[in-house]
Each structure stands twice: as structure tokens, then as C-alpha cells.
Design a protein around this ligand. Structure first.
Ligand code: NAD
Length: 493
């Protein structure tokens, strides 16, 4: 099968890339070419920004009552649900994640659009009691304007939905750019936006490399906000690029997320969640709990049980019923993982399991990698500190609560952390002491639409999801009206 999508969507029209370029999209499970898509550049990004600017400055969209805009967003949610299977298949072909995971994603995504559509008419503004008895003060939220939205390859449509749903609900116009290697579901949702009848210029989809299309969205002074999910180094470039017109910026960057197990925990459930926390999507999840911290008294038995379960993980194609873990996204990314395994070995970590490509003739054409376990790790090691973004667990041993808190916080990242214990006092202390945007207690990697998501420290700033995710796309205006103006008679009297 080869899908042809050699166009992008700009100002209500499907158009080829200005320079006529295309790119081949590869299934990471077997390297087969699954699609040929348009490959845009800066000119295409500028055209899309111009269309979004026109739709915001001169179109009806930003001024529609919230309930009217919500109709479009609700329609889109229905269409996502109706096209769930096709979307899930495209996502799995493009990323290699199991089709069951992709189906969850699609249900989640429909729910995200519904959630924001439901908020569209809920903000009645605020009235402030003014210190002047003859005046009134109102605070209203208005759409921020033209939004550039740049998404990564690991959750192509989910990450796009976190951005599109609140931006559209708020009354913004958008230019969305998916990762150049995983554009298929973003193209499909663009088709669904057309079916949902969004006005021309409200949703624009451009494809192409980050260094040109993404950079243009970040730099262009006709863009009011840039929302980015991706790696920390790209995030820094975007911050610099966005400074030209002091754009608003929302950054969801990487993570290196500690998962702490105390001896008094429900160890069987914790073990299961440790596995879920790392091996969904082969560890290519920003909040993956790849940094396991075990209380010394349970270390050996927990590692033994973990090894046993890890050895049973079935690796394979996204569409096989038996598959529990798919491939890595690309040859380049697998080299990065292999390099990190070598770094771990060089640093003296003990390789307990994995550390290589799997056997099996059917796996040789894909970018597969074995679930990998290192013990004997210390906080300062690079294998512990840096985000590999793959199926690698590092294990550190601890004896005291204050020691594990200090170690868990000793990272430039601050996206998510989790811990397991039955001790109520400890739950209270750790929940506050861990400096991460999300802290899970007796659970891991559970997120939902109503709760804000984002990072402390270099994991980024701004929040997606929840009401805060909608507020990101608004400006706050204070309107003060004086009903009985009086002269001050200060100057030149
Ligand atoms: P990446 O930074 O390489 O690319 C992300 C996007 O940025 C892509 O669309 C890419 O084309 C674009 N881009 C690249 N260079 C650019 C530039 N100079 N200017 C503008 N855009 C540019 O990241 P990735 O490899 O696609 O994704 C993996 C990273 O994403 C990991 O670090 C992961 O932790 C992070 N992530 C974070 C979250 C979160 O919620 N915090 C969620 C998912 C992924």
C-alpha cells in the first residue's frame, strides 16, 4: 500500500509544496514505504501563516460566540470517533506502536476535542470591584491570535490534539506542523476539519523539516504564539527564534522521570506499573519512568522479578495480536539508543538484560531493540541523567527517604515522577518534595484531559490540558470604564 498525500492545506485549499518537493514515509517495523507526502519549506510556512493571519484579523472565527465555535469542535470530535479505525491504523503504520495503543489514543483524542468544546461557553469573565465607585472593571479573555504548533513523532496526533483543540476553542487560527517523519494522522485530521466545515484559514497544515518550516513558524513576526512539543535542544532554538517579536511560547520538552519503590509498597502492582511505565511505545514517551529507584531491602528480589517479566515481552509488528512492544522510530534513533547502552557500559553500569537488537528473521528489517535493564547505576551517570527515549531501565538503590528525594530531584528535567508506598506521612512529604509537573502516588503514567500537563525546570513551561491548556491560548484584558470622569487639574493649570 502506498498513500499519496502530496499536498498541504493552506487557506482552505490543498496545495503542493511551492518547490514541488515530496518525502517518502517509512513504516519503522519493516522499512517499507507507506506514503509519499508533500515536503514544504519556508515559503509554504509563510503562505500558511499569511492565511491564518487573514482569517484571524478579517474573518469571523475569533468573534464567534463560544457556543458557535464549539459546534465545529464537537463535529470534529464525532468525525474522529467515526474514523477511529483508519486513524489508529495510520498512526501505527507511521510510528510502529501497537494498533491497540493507537486505538486508545484515538478515543482519548476525541475526548480531548469534546472536553474543550464543552468549555467554549463556560468563561463568563470576571467583574472586579473598582476602587473608584463611579467605575466598573471587567476582565475578559480573548484569543491570542495566530498560533504556530509544532508536534513530535512519538504521539503525532495526540500531541497535535493537545494543541489544536484548545486553540480552536479559544478562537485562534493555527498553522500546524507535524514531525516530518510522522505526518499521516495530522493530514487525516485536516481532512476531518474540512468535513467539520471550519472556515478557510482557521486550520492550516504544513509539512516539512523543523529547520525550515518549524524555524519559520518560530521566527515569523506574524505568529503570536508558538506551541512546541519535542526535544530540549530544539526547544532552546525555538525560544531564541521566538524572541524576535516576543511571541508567547509554550514548551513541552523532554523528561527523565524517576519511579521510586519503597519496601512497604504493593510490590506486585508496582512491578506491573514499572513495566507499563517504560515499555509502552518502546519507551518513546516523554514521561516514561526509565529511572527506577529501589529501596535496598527489596532491590534484589524486585530486579529478579522485573528481569523475568522483561524477558517475556513480545516484540513485533504493530498489527500482530501478540505484539506487546513495537520498533523504535528510525535507524537514527536506534543508533542513539545503542550509543546510550555503550555509555552505560563505559560508566560501569551492570547490563542485566537486553542491550542489543532482537533475533528473529521477521524483525531484521525493522528498527527493533530489546528491553534493556541496567543495575548498579548512580545518580551522576549520563545513562541516568540523559533522556535516551527508548526501552532502557536504569536501577539505583537507596536506603533513606531524604537520600532518594535528593537523588530524584538531581536532574535538569522536571516532567513527571512516581512513587509507591503505603505510608501516609511519606506520601505527603514526597508529593511536596519532588520537583516535577506531575507526581503519581501508587500509580504511573496516568494522565487525563482535565488535569494540567507540563514540566518544571528544563522540561518546559506552560501547561497543556485542563482549563490551563485553554488559557494558554488567550490574552487577558482588563476593561475599566469610568462613568463620571473628573479632571485631575495636575498639569499646566
Ligand atoms: P524534536 O525536537 O527533534 O522535533 C519535534 C518537532 O520539532 C518536529 O516537528 C521537528 O520537525 C521540529 N523541529 C526540529 N527542529 C526545529 C527547529 N529548529 N525549529 C522549529 N521546529 C523544529 O523532537 P522529537 O524527536 O520529534 O520528539 C522527541 C522529544 O519530544 C523527546 O525529547 C520527548 O521527551 C519530547 N516530548 C515531550 C512531550 C511532553 O509532553 N513534554 C510529549 C512528547 C514528546
Amino acid at each position: 500500500m502506498k498513500i499519496k498525500r502530496e499536498q498541504m492545506y493552506i487557506d482552505g485549499q490543498w496545495v503542493a509544496a511551492a518547490a514541488g518537493a515530496t518525502r517518502q514515509i517509512i513504516n519503522p517495523a519493516n522499512q517499507q514505504i507507506i506514503a509519499e507526502v508533500a515536503e514544504g519549506d519556508r515559503d509554504d510556512a509563510r503562505a500558511a501563516i499569511g492565511a491564518a493571519r487573514k482569517a484571524f484579523d478579517h474573518g469571523d472565527w475569533p468573534d464567534l460566540p463560544g457556543a458557535e465555535r464549539a459546534r465545529f469542535v464537537f463535529r470534529l470530535a464525532d468525525l474522529i470517533e467515526q474514523n477511529r479505525e483508519e486513524l489508529a491504523e495510520l498512526e501505527s503504520l507511521d510510528t510502529g506502536k501497537t494498533v491497540e495503543e493507537s486505538r486508545w489514543d484515538m478515543d482519548d483524542i476525541a475526548g480531548i476535542f469534546r472536553y474543550y468544546a464543552g468549555l467554549a461557553d463556560k468563561d463568563a469573565g470576571d467583574v472586579i470591584d473598582s476602587p473608584n465607585p463611579n467605575a466598573s472593571s471587567r476582565v475578559v479573555r480573548e484569543p491570542i491570535g495566530v498560533c504556530g504548533q509544532i508536534s513530535p513523532w512519538n504521539y503525532p496526533l495526540l500531541q497535535a490534539a493537545w494543541k489544536l483543540a484548545p486553540a480552536l476553542t479559544a478562537g485562534c487560527t493555527v498553522v500546524i506542523k507535524p514531525s516530518e517523519i510522522t505526518p499521516l494522522t495530522t493530514l487525516k485530521i485536516t481532512e476531518l476539519c474540512i468535513e467539520a466545515d471550519f472556515p478557510a484559514g482557521v486550520v492550516n497544515t504544513v509539512l516539512g523539516p523543523g529547520a525550515s518550516v518549524g524555524a519559520e513558524l518560530s521566527e515569523n513576526d506574524q505568529v503570536d504564539l508558538i506551541s512546541f512539543t519535542g526535544g530540549i535542544e530544539t526547544g532552546k532554538k525555538i525560544m531564541r527564534a521566538a524572541s524576535g517579536n516576543v511571541k508567547k511560547i509554550a514548551l513541552e520538552l523532554g523528561g527523565k522521570n524517576p519511579h521510586i519503590i519503597f519496601a512497604d509498597a504493593d510490590l506486585e502492582t508496582a512491578l506491573d506499573q514499572v513495566l507499563n511505565g517504560v515499555f509502552f511505545h518502546a519507551g518513546q514517551i516523554c514521561s516514561a519512568g526509565t529511572r527506577l529507584m529501589l529501596e535496598a531491602s527489596i532491590h534484589d528480589s524486585f530486579v529478579a522479578a522485573l528481569k523475568e517479566r522483561m524477558a517475556n515481552i513480545t516484540i513485533g509488528d504493530a498489527f500482530a495480536d501478540t505484539t506487546q512492544m513495537g520498533p523504535l522510530i528510525s535507524a537514527e534513533h536506534r543508533s542513539k539508543i545503542e550509543n546510550y547502552v555503550q555509555i552505560g557500559l563505559d560508566e560501569g553500569a551492570l547490563l542485566e538484560l537486553g542491550g542489543q537488537r532482537p533475533d528473529g528473521a521477521e524483525l531484521q528489517n525493522g528498527f527493533f531493540y530489546q528491553p534493556t535493564l541496567f543495575t548498579g547505576c548512580r545518580s551522576a551517570m549520563r545513562i541516568v541523567q540523559e533522556e535516551a527515549f527508548g526501552p532502557i531501565i536504569t536501577v539505583e538503590k537507596f536506603t533513606r527517604e531524604d537520600e532518594v528525594i535528593a537523588a530524584a530531584n538531581s536532574t535538569i528535567y522536571g516532567l513527571a515522577a512516581g512513587f509507591w508506598t503505603e505510608d501516609g506521612g511519606r506520601i505527603h512529604r514526597l508529593s511536596r518534595a519532588l520537583r516535577f509537573g506531575t507526581v503519581w502516588v501508587n500509580d504511573f503514567n496516568f494522565y487525563f484531559t482535565q488535569a494540567p500537563w507540563g514540566g518544571y525546570k528544563q522540561s518546559g513551561f506552560g501547561r497543556e490540558l485542563g482549563r490551563m491548556g485553554l488559557e494558554e491560548y488567550t490574552e487577558v484584558k482588563h476593561i475599566y470604564q469610568n462613568y463620571q470622569p473628573e479632571a485631575l487639574n495636575w498639569f499646566g493649570c
